[in-house]
Write a protein of this length. Sequence first.
Length: 270
Amino acid sequence: MVTGESFLNGDEGSFSEVLSSRGEFPEDWLSRGSKSIVPVAAGKQMDQALLQRIVKGCQSQRVDDILIAAVEEGLIKRPRRLSGLGSAAVSLEGGSPPILLAPSDLSGAILFPQPGYALVAGTSQFLLGAAPEGIDAGRARFARYARAAGRKYPALQGVAKSLPVRHFAWSRVKDLPAGTSAYRQVELMRAFVAGNSTASDFARAWLDARRLSQNSGERLRAPIVTALDHVFSLLEDFAIDPTLQEPGDLTDSELRQGVHDLMEQSKAFE
C-alpha cells in the first residue's frame, strides 16, 4: 500500500453508484449534475496522459482524493482512496484495465474498461479539467481515432457510434441555433454595437457566454470561430474595471468600434 492510500470502509456503497451491473455509467448517476461522457484514446495500461485527466478533473472540483477500484463483471472490487493527487498519479501508472477512477465527491469518473479507450464522465466543471478539449470536440477526435485504430481495437467503432457528436460545427451566424451560448455571444455583440449595454457589462456577459459555449462542447469553425476569437482578443486589451485601466488599453468607444468593424467585415455575419 502506497503512502496516502487507504481501503474504503463504508464508502463502497456510494462509489458503486458510479457503475451499473453491466459495467457502464448508470443513467441516474449521469442525470445528477447533468453529467456527460467523452470517450478518449488509451493504451494497454494506465499512463500519465489518462491519469492527468483524473488529476485535472479533481483540481477543477477542488478535490484532493482519488477513489480507485478494479472492476470485475460489472462490480467494484477492492475500492481504495488515494490522498495527494501528485503521488496518486505516480502510484497508479501502469495499472491494467478494467479500472474505475473518480474524485472523492463523485462529480465525475474515468472508466478504463479495456485496452484502447477510456470513458471520461462528469459534470461540466469536472470535464473542464478532465476533458478540456470539450465534449463534441473530444467525441469528434475519438471518432477519427476509432477509424484509424479500429483494426487493433475492434471495440472502438461501437463506442464512437454510441457517443456521437451532439452539435454540428457551425460556421456562420445564420446557422447558430437560438438558445446556444454561441448565439448568445452574437446577440450580446449586436446589443453592444447598438448602444444597449455598457462596455463593461458587455465584456462580462460575453466572456461568461464564451465560457459556457466551450464547457458545453459547442463546435465552431471558420469564419465564425475566427470572428469570436477576435472579440476575445479585443477584450484582452480592455479593462473591465475602469480603475485598472492601463496605458494602451482600449477605451469603451474603441471596443465598441472594434466589435462594429468586425461584424461589418467578417464573412461570418453575411
